[in-house]
Each structure stands twice: as structure tokens, then as C-alpha cells.
Design a protein around this ligand. Structure first.
Ligand SMILES: Cc1ncc(COP(=O)(O)O)c(C=O)c1O
Ligand SMILES: [Zn+2]
Length: 399
């Protein structure tokens, strides 16, 4: 048996691994990677390793030959105890997983590295990807390193700094007037017309498999233990689906005893998943005109991840909450000034949501909470800082 294969989430059929596939039995595009049991794995992972990248966990990644890994040292990011802000918020055990320290400044480098590694291993020469910015940045960088041409489709409202970075890596970019959903459709049409490989986000296994390495690292950094909560802002929902799969795999290995509850935050102006969850709906209603400046979180039609999250939260606990752009802006400064951590607005939404989850009593004072600090300010700096220089100056001199 191969070390890994694809299994259909809908009907359970198992097939050999390909970078993109639909189920040969029911036609579903929702396939998940499964791994052959390995009784030596838990003991080998428990041994300390000097390796500081997500490739430390290559035994549970869908790459046959590790020499095909396209790496810039992604993953292996620090888990930082946030004591002062934790105390202010009434939490005794608050950590940030500092994903800003990835090569292009966001957690999407986990997906980018793995996606381009898979394409490299399977000899795919070009890839089409739709993104609000961070995925395109990651794919552009890893595409350059792999020698794979990247066609990035981006909403025209993308901050100029992010666009510049994507272009710097040599990706071919197309700006689409309209929402992120319109951008995804344009990318799909382009890929179809030119017979090119289309990265389908959640439908491409790299998203979930890349993100699950967050769980492996968090568990190891906590001494092979799962936190009580994992907190993240969500748009497509790839992160928490991956993290939950990672903790489930660790649980099956006996390395942790549970999957953490998920505290998932959406921005108020575009919260289809949060609204569906609180309405007990398995299908979200689309948000046709997202009303937020936080572009990475402006996915109006979340797609299949929501249903999985609905089931996961029902099984392992957790909830959705929302935070506004204004609340995020305020928390962005609080975090920078209290802990020296400067984050992009999408990540500030996470912290604003965390505060709500604490205030509502969903998260208790003695629970261990890990927050994904998913992206750095630098790529949107002009938008965040120069856009409000007077404000910033005023509050600096006022303190
Ligand atoms: C910085 C940042 N945080 C959070 C998210 C949400 O990620 P997802 O919903 O795919 O898990 C994104 C998505 O692009 C992002 O760029
Ligand atoms: Zn099937």
C-alpha cells in the first residue's frame, strides 16, 4: 500500500493520490488525504528534533520524495506566551502562534510550500490561483523557487504593497473588478480556457494538509498537549479544517488526548458562516456585497469548508463570533503596544473576536488558548499606518 492515498469525504472511496481529483465513484471534488498506519511514528515524533520547519512532519504530508519539497524554511514558528495582554483579558494561559514569521509573512506559506511541492513532484508546470493576497504571495514565492509559473487572480482592491510583492516574485497577475467570488470565477474560466491546473483552495488538498502542520507544531510546543481553544479569523475556513485534521491525526497516534474547541471569527461586514452557525444552518447564505475593508476575510460564498466546520464544532466544541472593522483596528494597536506584535487587519479581527468570546463566557479564565497570528502588518502597512498618521501620532503623544 502507498504511504498516502485519497479518500472521498462523501462516499468513502479510496483512490491513489493525484494533485487534484474528483471521486471516481460519486464525482465529489471533496477528497481528503489518508495515511497508512505507522506504529513507529509517535515514538519518532516524540524524540526532540533540531529541524525547524513544517517538513519535520513529512511523514504525514503527501510528498513521496522529500527531495521534491519546495522550502523557504516555512513553519517552525514560535509559540509565544502573551502574559500582559492575557492578564488584561483575564486569561491565565494565552499563546500566539506567530505565523508572521513565515517567509512571506503569513500562515498561507504552509499551503504555498506544500502546494508547490506537490505540483513539483507531479511535474505540473503552471498553476492558476485566485486569492485576496496572501495565498497569491505565497504561491508566487514558492512558484519562483520551484520554477513553476503562477497565474494569480486578485481583486483590484488588493493593497498595493501586496500586489507589488506578488509581482516581484514574477507571478503573472490579473486584477478583477468585483468581489473575491468574482475573482475565483475569473480564475476558473482562465484555467479552463487554457487547459491549466486550477488551484481550488479547499478542493486542493494542500490547503488542509499544509494547515494541519499548525496543529503538529502547537501540540509539540505545548509538550504534546492540545490547547483547550484554537482561535482564528476565517474566510474560506481552510485553516481550522486543517488544524482539526492535524489534532485528530495526533489523537489517533496517542500524542494528544483531544481536538481543541475552535473559536472562529468573521468580520461583521461579511459573516456568512457565523450567521449560518448561529441560525443552526448547514448551508450559509451568500453575502453578495461584503461590507469590510479587510479583504482577506471578504469571502461571501464560503464553499464546502463550512459544513465540515459545522460538524467539527458540534463534535469537538467551539463557536463562531464576529468583530467589526473598527473593533479590529483598535485591537491592532492594543496588541502592538501591549505585546510588540504588529498584525494585519485580518489577524486583528481574530483578537477582537477573542475578546468577545471571553466576554461572553464561552472561553473560561483557566483555559489554554492559542491564537493564530496569521499575518504581518508589513504587506498592508500604508493602508494600516500611513492611512491614519494623525491618529497614530496623537495616541503616541497622549501616552
Ligand atoms: C491573514 C489571514 N488571516 C486569516 C485568513 C482566513 O483563512 P482561512 O479562512 O482560509 O482559514 C486569511 C485568508 O486569506 C488571511 O490571509
Ligand atoms: Zn465519492
Amino acid at each position: 500500500m502507498n504511504r498516502f492515498s485519497l479518500q472521498c469525504r462523501r462516499c468513502g472511496r479510496v483512490e491513489s493520490f493525484r494533485p487534484q481529483a474528483t471521486c471516481g465513484s460519486c464525482g465529489s471534488p471533496q477528497l481528503e488525504v489518508q495515511y497508512a498506519p505507522d506504529s513507529t511514528l509517535a515514538a519518532s515524533w516524540r524524540r526532540e528534533s533540531a529541524e525547524r520547519s513544517l517538513w519535520r512532519y513529512r511523514d504525514l504530508l503527501p510528498i513521496a520524495d522529500a527531495r521534491h519539497a519546495v522550502s523557504l524554511g516555512e513553519g517552525g514558528t514560535p509559540l509565544i506566551a502573551i502574559e500582559r495582554l492575557g492578564r488584561q483579558l483575564g486569561l491565565g494561559s494565552l499563546y500566539t502562534k506567530d505565523e508572521r514569521q513565515n517567509p512571506t509573512g503569513s500562515f498561507k506559506d504552509r499551503q504555498g510550500s506544500l502546494a508547490l511541492s506537490i505540483l513539483h513532484e507531479h511535474g505540473v508546470p503552471e498553476v492558476v490561483v485566485a486569492s485576496t493576497g496572501n495565498v497569491a504571495l505565497a504561491y508566487a514565492a514558492y512558484g519562483a523557487r520551484a520554477g513553476i509559473k503562477v497565474h494569480a487572480f486578485l481583486p483590484s482592491s488588493i493593497p498595493a504593497e501586496k500586489l507589488r510583492e506578488v509581482l516581484l516574485y514574477g507571478a503573472r497577475t490579473t486584477l478583477v473588478e468585483g468581489t473575491y467570488d468574482a475573482t475565483k470565477s475569473a480564475a476558473a474560466r482562465f484555467a479552463q480556457a487554457h487547459g491549466l491546473f486550477l488551484d481550488q483552495g479547499f478542493g486542493t488538498v494542500a490547503a488542509v494538509e499544509g494547515m494541519k502542520t499548525l496543529a503538529f507544531e502547537i501540540a509539540e510546543q505545548l509538550g504534546w498537549r492540545a490547547p483547550d481553544w484554537y482561535i482564528q479569523a476565517v474566510s474560506g475556513g481552510m485553516g481550522p479544517v486543517g488544524v482539526a485534521k492535524g489534532f485528530s491525526e495526533l489523537q489517533a497516534l496517542g500524542l494528544v488526548d483531544k481536538v481543541p474547541a475552535m473559536g472562529l471569527v468573521q468580520v461583521s461586514g461579511c459573516a456568512p458562516m457565523a450567521e449560518a452557525f448561529h441560525g443552526r444552518l448547514r448551508q450559509p447564505l451568500p453575502v453578495l456585497e461584503p461590507a469590510t475593508a479587510v479583504l482577506p476575510l471578504a469571502t461571501g460564498t464560503p464553499g464546502p469548508a463550512y459544513e465540515l466546520l459545522f460538524d467539527l464544532l458540534s463534535r469537538d466544541g467551539g463557536t463562531f463570533t464576529t468583530a467589526s472593522d473598527a473593533e479590529a483596528w483598535e485591537v491592532m494597536r492594543l496588541l502592538a503596544r501591549t505585546e510588540g506584535i504588529s498584525v494585519e487587519p485580518a489577524t486583528a479581527v481574530t483578537f477582537a473576536g477573542l475578546i468577545k468570546l471571553i466576554e461572553s463566557g464561552a472561553i473560561g479564565p483557566n483555559e489554554c488558548v492559542v491564537v493564530n497570528v496569521s499575518g504581518h502588518t508589513y504587506s498592508v502597512e500604508a493602508h494600516v499606518v500611513t492611512g491614519h498618521p494623525a491618529d497614530l501620532q496623537e495616541s503616541v503623544s497622549g501616552t
